[in-house]
Design a protein around this ligand. Structure first.
Ligand code: CA
Length: 315
C-alpha cells in the first residue's frame, strides 16, 4: 500500500479527496495536515476532524498548519470562495462536531518527520495553498527531497486560471510559497486545471450516493449538491470538477495521466501573479524534476473514485 499524507484546506473537493483516499484500497493515509485556503485554518481543521468522525476514522491524526500565506499578515477569504464552498466550507451541511482535537505537533514538523521516517515509501499530496510545504522545505530541504513524490493540485499551464486568467486558486493564494516549491528540485507532479477540469462529477454519480441512504452518504451527496449549484451559477454547466480527488487519483494510479517533464517558474508580478510557465533558461535540462499533467483518463479515474467512495459511503 502507498503511504500518503494529505495537506488540505477543507473545502468541498478536499472533503471528497479525504474520503476517496480513505476508501481507496491502495492508499495508507498516515496523517492529514491542514491549512487556510478555501476557508480559514480553524474551520478547515474542524471540517477535517468532523468528516473523519462522520466516517468513523477517529484514530487518523490531524495536524494543524499555517494560518495565512507567507506574504500576508492575515487570511482574508475571497467572496467567491464562500459561494463555491459555502460559509462553513463544506456546502453548509451540518454534521456532528468531533470531540477530537488536532495533534499537538505542528503540521510542518509532521511533514518533515514523516519524510525522514518513510523517505521513498511516502508521497505527499498537497491540495491547498503550498504554505505548509514551503515552511517544511525551508526548515529541512534534505528531508523533503527524500520522499518519493509530491503531488500538487494547483496551477494551469495550458488553460486559463480560475481566480485570474493567469492564476489558479491554490497557487495565487500563496504565490511566494508556490515559487519556493515549484522552482525547487523537489520531485513534483503538478495536477492543475489542465486535467482537473476534464474530470467532472455529475448528478448521475451522486444519485448512487443518495441511494445508499446512510447518514454519511446523504451528507456527502448534499454537500456535493451545493458544489453542483455553485458550478451551475458561476460557469453554467452541470456537474463539478474533481480537483483535489484527481491529485489523489494520480498519486495512487500514475498511469491515469500523461505528463510533460518541465522546469517551472512562478510569476510574482501583477497582473500575472501566480502564473506558472516553463523556464526558458532550462529548456535543455535533460532531467527536470517536475512533471506537469496534461491529459487524463477521465473514465478510468471516475471508476476508481466511485469504487472508493462506495467502499466508504455504502456501509
Ligand atoms: Ca483544496
Amino acid at each position: 500500500m502507498q503511504k500518503v499524507i494529505l495537506d488540505v484546506d477543507t473545502g468541498i473537493d478536499d472533503a471528497l479527496a479525504i474520503l476517496y483516499t480513505i476508501g481507496e484500497e491502495h492508499a495508507d493515509l498516515i496523517g492529514i495536515t491542514t491549512t487556510y485556503g478555501n476557508i480559514g485554518l480553524h474551520q478547515a481543521t474542524k471540517n477535517t476532524l468532523d468528516l473523519l468522525n462522520l466516517v468513523g476514522e477517529t484514530d487518523l491524526p490531524v495536524f494543524k498548519g499555517s494560518i495565512h500565506s507567507l506574504s500576508d499578515k492575515e487570511y482574508i477569504r475571497r467572496e467567491v470562495t464562500s459561494r463555491i464552498h459555502g460559509e462553513n466550507g463544506i456546502g453548509n451541511i451540518e454534521i456532528e462536531s468531533s470531540t477530537r482535537k488536532p495533534e499537538s505537533q505542528d503540521a510542518v514538523d509532521f511533514l518533515i518527520d514523516s519524510a525522514i521516517k518513510y523517505g521513498k515509501e511516502l508521497k505527499l499530496i498537497c491540495v491547498g495553498p503550498l504554505t505548509n510545504l514551503a515552511y517544511a522545505y525551508e526548515k529541512n530541504p534534505e528531508a523533503l527531497l527524500q520522499v518519493d513524490e509530491i503531488v500538487i493540485m494547483g496551477g494551469a499551464l495550458t488553460v486559463p486560471g480560475n481566480v485570474t486568467s493567469f492564476a489558479e486558486a491554490n497557487i495565487i493564494e500563496d504565490a511566494v510559497a508556490a515559487k519556493t516549491i515549484l522552482e525547487s528540485n523537489l520531485p513534483l507532479k503538478i495536477v492543475g486545471l489542465d486535467v482537473t477540469m476534464r474530470t467532472i462529477l455529475t448528478q448521475k454519480e451522486t444519485e448512487e450516493w443518495w441511494k445508499y441512504n446512510t447518514n454519511c452518504s446523504q451528507a456527502i451527496a448534499e454537500m456535493t449538491d451545493y458544489y453542483f449549484k455553485s458550478y451551475k451559477e458561476r460557469l453554467g454547466f452541470d456537474g463539478c470538477a474533481l480537483h483535489d480527488p484527481l491529485a489523489v487519483g494520480i498519486a495512487l494510479h500514475p498511469e491515469l495521466a500523461e505528463t510533460l517533464a518541465l522546469n517551472l517558474l512562478v510569476n510574482l508580478e501583477e497582473p500575472s501573479r501566480g502564473h506558472i510557465i516553463g523556464d526558458y533558461e532550462k529548456l535543455h535540462d535533460k532531467n527536470p524534476t517536475t512533471e506537469v499533467c496534461i491529459q487524463v483518463d477521465h473514465e478510468q479515474f471516475l471508476a476508481h473514485f466511485m469504487q472508493a467512495m462506495e467502499n466508504i459511503l455504502n456501509i
